[in-house]
Design a binder for this molecule. Sequence first.
Ligand code: BG6
Length: 249
Amino acid sequence: MLGLPDDIRAFLFDLDGVLTQTAKVHAAAWKDTFDAFLRAEADRTGGEFVPFDAVADYDTYVDGRPRLDGTRAFLDSRGVDLPEGTPADPPGTRSVHGVSSAKNDTVLRMIREQGVQPYRGSVDYVHRLRALDLPCAVVSSSANCRDVLRAAGIEELFDIVVDGLVAGREGLPGKPAPDTYLAAARKLGVEPARAAVFEDALAGVASGRAGGFGAVVGVDRTGQAEELRRHGATVVVADLAELIEGEPR
Ligand SMILES: O=P(O)(O)OC[C@H]1O[C@@H](O)[C@H](O)[C@@H](O)[C@@H]1O
């Protein structure tokens, strides 16, 4: 079935980096935010400024995880212990929420300025699935998921969305825990073993593996095929167009 085993009956897609070209926008916004924070910390403590690595640090600590979890994981890797603060903390507040809200303001500005481009291969793939009446979901850690889907013009393609807002409301732990993917499979009425997960993030393929999904497709946009396999991808493609090649039209 479109490049995957025939018993796969439901298709669960991550958003940023799988459906839309927004993983690099998130990475740039995190770099902007963490570098400003780390520079201020270096000034405050007299320590050395070691910038955020938009590839290595992003992939390891931030990519695919809910916003606050990404902030905590990266700061923890640098031995920085911040108070949690509250969601009302404005950018500039020395708290987990303050850093996270600075990042959100930055990513929203970048998205406003640059617009959102979907990946053509992914959109074609989902169209093929819809033509076969197969259920499709978006499973994203992002609280901005609906707006990004709308800006890309692909919101109508999906039966359900489990995003950062749904996870918050339903008390679901974020990726790399499997709960958001499991919730999507449940809502579609399909056993995990008969559903496929599509992910570009290491935390995302790990959640596909932890959930016992029938296929975990690693989408390698940045040359990390081996890492994706090590974290749980059962197959790795550079673009979903590869899964369509050779299929009858
Ligand atoms: O900050 P948002 O839009 O709620 O998104 C949370 C996370 O969503 C994930 O999809 C991205 O990979 C992360 O980079 C991002 O931090």
